[in-house]
Each structure stands twice: as C-alpha cells, then as structure tokens.
Design a protein around this ligand. Structure first.
Ligand code: SF4
Length: 57
C-alpha cells in the first residue's frame, strides 16, 4: 500500500507554501530550494515562524 500525504498536512508547507503562487494542493512532497532553505533555517533556530509570517504581511 502506498501512503500519500498531502502537502497541506505538513506544518512547513502551511507556513511557507500556502503563501506561494506556485502552491498546488495536489502536489505531494515537492520541495523547492527556497522551501528547503527556510525549513533548515527554522530547524536551526536562525529564523522564527513569526518572522516568516511577518514577511508575508
Ligand atoms: S515548495 Fe517552493 S515552489 Fe513549491 S509551493 Fe512551496 S515554496 Fe512554492
């Protein structure tokens, strides 16, 4: 059985991708370079969720 996880269930996708013009709800597990960099910066504490939210205001 193949397990399929929709992107919107990923908290990083909710935080980053839902603001992106290229976001498609049926895309699964595709990550662009910007997404990977932001995710890594979040994981290393170099940027906060609030700073990302502020950037989209
Ligand atoms: S992975 Fe990148 S291009 Fe795709 S929706 Fe997220 S931020 Fe946009």
């Amino acid at each position: 059985m193949i397990s399929v996880v929709k992107k919107e269930t990923n908290p990083y996708v909710t935080l980053i991708c839902t603001h992106c013009e290229f976001f498609k709800e049926d895309d699964i597990e595709l990550e662009c370079a910007a997404f990977k960099v932001l995710k890594e910066m979040l994981n290393k504490g170099r940027i906060t969720q609030e700073e990302i939210k502020d950037a989209f205001k």
